[in-house]
Design a binder for this molecule. Sequence first.
Ligand SMILES: *Cc1c(COP(=O)(O)O)cnc(C)c1O
Length: 344
Amino acid sequence: MPTPLIDRYRDRLSLEAGDPVVTLNEGSTPLIEASRLSERLGVRAYLKLEGANPTGSFKDRGMTVAVSRAKGRGAEAVICASTGNTAASAAAYAARAGLRGAVIVPEGKIAIGKLAQALMHGARVVALQGNFDDALRIVRDLAGKHPIELVNSVNPYRIEGQKTAAFEVVEELGEAPGALAIPVGNAGNVTAYWRGFQEGGAAPVLYGFQAEGAAPLVHGAPVAEPETVASAIRIGNPARWEEAMAAFTASRGRVAAVSDEQILDAYRWLAANEGVFCEPASAASVAGLLAHGMPVLEDAAPPESVVCVLTGHGLKDPDTALSKAPAVVNCENDLSAVERAVFE
Ligand SMILES: *Cc1c(COP(=O)(O)O)cnc(C)c1O
């Protein structure tokens, strides 16, 4: 059974001594070698399966720390804006802590599994007639006016918790990987990985990927109406913009865009060829490497290994999966009919 992330790393997190540990035994996620992907890329490729966290995404790493601190300081409720996974995670950890939870999501724009999670965990789910960026602006104002803890990645404890994924990667490999490929939405996670690597004395090349229709960091300007099939990274004005860009520069990496078609191709390919079902946004990390190749460095040999962060589980978004998967084969209740159906 995995140890709660806070118990593993408490001395490297900035929690107060008296803070309780609100946990679902998150973290300690599998890092697996991906032999077919390695072949296609010509380097050793690994997948960090963050969908194996308790609510199915890496958001749990940040949420255990943010909700523990909120509880420690006496908060009675937590709130967040979310494209889905933050809502699912906040709702679960709020339930665990005995706090009320409220989540603001873009109306009609969140994957059905994430919505089911937030509702089942008893959060108040508000569907905003606006996008994620509008929702984040509103919850920031609300948290300033009411005694309610904001648990978006603007909350410093979220980043503290999420940096532990970088610790795990270095521990597991016994050294830093040459490069890290990661999808970028609000840019909290890439900021957290960089902090974690730096604290561990590591500096892999960070290679971030945004969806073409939601690529403010690539274009250098906010996107008013972000659009992509990868709903978890459908964000037009990332809150951690400057920190993420500083991390790309310091690591000698870059941020680039991938099309929805490239994302969906990588999404299906990973499921069919590596046995890993992640959500579309997660597949942007692999799609980016396949589309752009490994990073090229001016004054050093190219990296020999890469870790792709697969941020969330494929079951979060069954609608996208079923709309892209081959059809089911219908069959009558008869041996030879089944024989034909299976072997044809
Ligand atoms: C939140 C999320 C992202 C984006 O992470 P940021 O910290 O917002 O950049 C990517 N993929 C999934 C599945 C997510 O839930």
